[in-house]
Design a protein around this ligand. Structure first.
Ligand code: ADP
Length: 366
């Protein structure tokens, strides 16, 4: 099977005209971000936001045209528009500045230097642990490319708007959740460009009826790239929790996360070591598979608090992947206790209570 090329896609799209301007969408420079993956094609069509409704048939025609290209399995087009800059009276924060979120006392990011370390698992159990400790909690899934909060919180529905302007979050196990996964089909391949990602994040933060919250837990996209930096800059973060596994070589990735938050002056509340040790469910023996303790040592060396270690455990995996995280499905288990303790430490940090028993930070020169 020959490869589908970008040129073939563009040739197909040249048949489609913008009805308003008469020329074809390629000539008008409206097509961008073409991605071809396993014969599935995605691309964006840049439009004037005022014409969104009129452009829907064009979007469909573009998809249809691309679908007809030999070898193409599926085609997905999204309409995009650079957001119009909001009118900025003098007292409004400038671009990149952090505007406080009314009714939300503290926003905490859960971040990791790379994917697959259990960041989302920790985020969801941390949020539920805080709720179990009596706090009003919201969970914002900022992972636009790979949202996992709906699945982990067992949410199948779609977010709706009751007033036509703002979205209602979906509540599960007593926490309110908003995620891109509640807005679009999970299986739909989406192409997101920088401004769209930012727009989606801003909307999920500000155009959602969160109601009064003690804490909003933000499940950050993995890594320390642009999306994370934007998030860290744009969201009024009270602090960040960095999740790492012991086998990350010398926790280099976690250090990158620390450096990123320090650069944008967001306090790092501490490290969590995930998949830290293995507690044998049969005999109770604790096995330290990946020479655990790296995160604790790195935290001490970097002058960051250590928030706790979460074991590698089948039940933690099964419950979070099945939408019934261990903190709610097995509240009496030792693992649930670990998460509740981490939740307590994070809440203490936010309240500033932990000042007293924090080890004096060692001065490190980088
Ligand atoms: P990330 O958000 O860092 O990409 P996830 O939270 O999605 O990572 O976790 C990746 C996988 O590892 C999931 O299948 C999850 O259930 C599993 N997992 C996470 N933490 C643990 C743990 N402590 N023990 C066993 N499995 C875990």
């Amino acid at each position: 099977m020959t490869q589908v090329t970008e040129q073939q896609i563009l040739d197909a799209l040249k048949q489609i005209r913008d009805p308003g301007r008469g020329q074809d969408v390629v000539a008008l420079g409206m097509i961008s971000g073409i991605v071809i993956k396993d014969r599935n094609v995605g691309f964006a069509i840049e439009i004037d936001p005022a014409a969104a409704e009129a452009m829907e048939p064009v979007r469909q025609a573009c998809e249809e045209a691309v679908r007809m290209v030999p070898g193409v399995l599926s085609a997905t087009a999204v309409l995009t528009a650079e957001r119009e800059p909001a009118p900025a009276p003098a007292q409004q924060p400038g671009p990149g500045a952090k505007a406080a979120l009314p009714g939300i006392d503290a926003v905490v990011a859960v971040a990791s230097g790379k994917g697959g370390v259990g960041k989302s698992t920790v985020a969801v159990n941390l949020a539920l642990g805080m709720a179990a400790n009596g706090l009003e909690v919201g969970v914002l899934d900022a992972d636009i490319y790979g949202p996992s909060m709906p699945r982990m919180l067992g949410i199948a529905g779609r977010a709706v708007s009751t007033d036509g302007k703002t979205l209602d979050p979906i509540e599960s196990y007593g926490v309110k959740c908003m995620s891109i996964g509640l807005l679009v089909e999970e299986e739909t391949p989406m192409i997101w460009r920088g401004p769209m990602v930012q727009g989606a994040l801003e909307q999920m933060l500000r155009d959602v009826r969160w109601g009064p919250l003690d804490v909003m837990v933000v499940d950050m996209p993995p890594g320390t790239g642009d999306a994370q930096l934007t998030m860290a800059q744009r969201v009024p973060l009270a602090g960040a929790v960095i999740v790492s596994t012991p086998q990350d070589i010398a926790l280099l990735d976690a250090r990158k996360g620390l450096a990123m938050f320090r650069r944008v002056e967001v306090p790092v509340l501490g490290f969590v070591e995930n998949m830290s040790y293995y507690l044998c469910p049969n005999c109770g023996t604790r096995a330290e598979i990946f020479s655990h303790g790296g995160a604790r040592e790195a935290a001490a060396a970097l002058g960051v608090d250590f928030l706790g270690e979460v074991p590698l455990d089948m039940e933690i995996r099964e419950t979070s992947d099945d939408g019934r995280p261990i903190v709610v499905s097995r509240p009496d288990s030792p693992h649930a206790k670990v998460f509740r303790e981490i939740a307590t430490r994070v809440a203490d940090q936010l309240a500033g209570d932990a000042e007293a028993d924090r080890p004096a930070p060692r001065i490190v020169t980088e």
